[in-house]
Ligand binder design. Sequence first.
Ligand code: ADP
Ligand code: MG
Length: 143
Amino acid sequence: MLDNALDAAEATTPNPEISLALAPADGLVRVTVTDNGPGMPAEVVEQLLDFGNNVSDKASYRSPTRGLQGNAFKTLIGIPYALGVAEPLVIEAHGTRHEVGASLDPGGNVVIRHDTSPSTRTVGTAVTVPLPAGLIRAEDAGR
Ligand SMILES: Nc1ncnc2c1ncn2[C@@H]1O[C@H](COP(=O)(O)OP(=O)(O)O)[C@@H](O)[C@H]1O
Ligand SMILES: [Mg+2]
């Protein structure tokens, strides 16, 4: 998330602003990374939810340290479910809040969830991943 935020902010502004916030509540720690880049377009969110395709704006300069897999964001989408958290991942950009998630139905098929609503965020992108609180030590969450 930080790597993507840096890439996005560097692309559009000479003054990148990245923030990382950990919010412990409800037995979860919500990890939010915010940037002041161009904002993730709604079409890109849709593409990220299509697990039959790779999505990357960095295909031309993939290297061992940048964008190597080109699927980091798709991996993020499944993390809450894989760790037993029912709450979706949230992307806010361009005035839209996207709640997205991937889970498995009893037959083992991937089920995609995508709900949208208005957001006050018009600059940059904020991505929030809910994690089980036990994954992050209390003393670290307070930093
Ligand atoms: N913070 C962000 N702001 C704008 N676009 C983003 C952001 N994070 C991810 N994206 C978009 O999602 C795509 C997929 O991200 P990712 O899976 O990490 O692959 P990569 O970074 O290798 O391109 C990126 O190429 C970019 O188009
Ligand atoms: Mg990336």
